[in-house]
Ligand binder design. Structure first.
Ligand SMILES: Cc1cc2nc3c(=O)[nH]c(=O)nc-3n(C[C@H](O)[C@H](O)[C@H](O)COP(=O)(O)OP(=O)(O)OC[C@H]3O[C@@H](n4cnc5c(N)ncnc54)[C@H](O)[C@@H]3O)c2cc1C
Length: 344
């Protein structure tokens, strides 16, 4: 089949690579120029899952790992501090991973696709992997995004573990993610755009050199609130249809899982029309509990979360995360989770 993949981020690069491997004719379109394209993200995700996706794509994930985390320190409102044991959370060279996947593919850089300028009828299917932009799909009335930005820093000393500061009302958080050679990402997502912790970090680490300032909002609304997933011959995959874990704004693994759902449905409908209905059903099923997590976040933001009244939501988040513990790469512990949610 002739496929166009629009957007060469994590979904677009992985999906493009896998479609090419399966023998489809694939063209990729990316808005940024090749020199300026940057994997906007803090590059943190679960090694367990990325090893699996890498293997499928013929890459050895160990070659991309920067930092293997042991603990995550969380500073929460009212001087509460928690430590989570890590079991696979790493930072990795996301930029290189994506570029390596794209190496043998036909990529047109510097082309910002729009509904008006794109030649939809030249392809059997056009995959919208534009992430937060969702350029080729209709807007959703329930879309919800959180502003975020970060610095890529070098010459960082004295901090060598994952560290976050959770903001009151789950309105966002500050992160410190260590990379290699004294490099790190420091940034924040914050509904109130105060980004507490970022300037404080820079002041406390005057030796740090800013290499890059990067930013874009992150989508928190889950798939159930990001329909439609397709229109005409356009199909959304990844963050464009809400595949982001709402409590953390974590989208690498959810986007890759979404790519796999797309590929499975495509394989099942080999030779005939893509089964849009099946794709929708499978995506909604896989990310069903993200809607409960999203409701917890929104209730917290509105100061309406009640641990008794909303016990079902809390238990749904806990049970589902526990089932997928290795996919997150950190311990999922009911007591800690309750304390964290309460103190936010
Ligand atoms: C500051 C920040 C830090 C983050 N940190 C983490 C993290 O540590 N771990 C984690 O799991 N998640 C993190 N996320 C979320 C994660 O990066 C995204 O959810 C994930 O990258 C989504 O993948 P995607 O391929 O769907 O979209 P993206 O990775 O956003 O890729 C979309 C691509 O489409 C291109 N594009 C957009 N519009 C057009 C157009 N009209 N025409 C052509 N191309 C277009 C863009 O240039 C981009 O290359 C972070 C997000 C931000 C903003």
């Amino acid at each position: 089949m002739r496929m166009a993949v629009v957007g060469a981020g994590v979904s677009g690069s992985y999906l493009g690579h896998m479609l090419h491997k399966m023998g489809h004719g694939v063209e990729i379109f990316e808005a940024s120029s090749k020199e300026n394209q940057w994997a906007v993200c803090a590059w943190g995700a679960s090694r367990n899952m990325l090893s699996m996706f890498s293997k499928r794509a013929g890459l050895n994930f160990d070659n991309y790992i920067f930092h293997v985390g042991k603990t995550l320190r969380m500073d929460l409102p009212n001087q509460v501090r928690e430590y989570l044991n890590l079991s696979g959370l790493v930072t990795y060279d996301k930029q290189k991973w994506e570029h390596d996947l794209l190496r043998d593919l036909n990529v047109t850089y510097g082309f910002k696709c729009t509904k008006e300028n794109f030649q939809f009828d030249a392809y059997d299917y056009v995959i919208d992997c534009t992430g937060m932009h969702r350029t080729l799909l209709p807007r959703s009335n329930e879309d919800f995004i959180i502003p975020a930005y970060e610095y890529l820093l070098e010459n960082i000393h004295g901090v060598d573990e994952f560290y976050v500061i959770g903001y009151k009302g789950a309105r966002g958080y500050f992160w410190f993610f260590p990379l290699d050679d004294n490099r790190a990402y420091v940034g924040a997502g914050d509904m109130d755009k105060k980004y507490v912790g970022v300037q404080e970090f820079l002041m406390a680490h005057s030796e740090a050199r800013i290499v890059k300032k990067i930013g874009r909002p992150i989508r928190l609304s889950p798939p159930r609130r990001m329909e439609p997933f397709h229109i005409g011959n356009v199909i959304g995959v990844g963050e464009s249809i809400g595949c982001v874990f709402p409590m953390l704004g974590e989208g690498i693994i959810p986007s890759l899982i979404c790519c796999d759902i797309f590929l499975q449905v495509l394989e099942l409908t080999k030779g005939s029309m893509f089964n849009f209905k099946q794709y929708r059903k499978n995506v909604l099923k896989k990310f069903d509990y993200y809607d409960d997590v999203y409701r917890i976040v929104r209730l917290k933001m509105e100061n309406k979360l009640n641990m008794v009244r909303h016990l079902r939501l809390m238990m749904s988040m806990y049970r589902n995360m526990k089932k997928e513990e290795s996919r997150f790469g950190f311990e999922v512990n009911l007591e800690k989770m309750t304390r964290i949610v309460k103190s936010l």
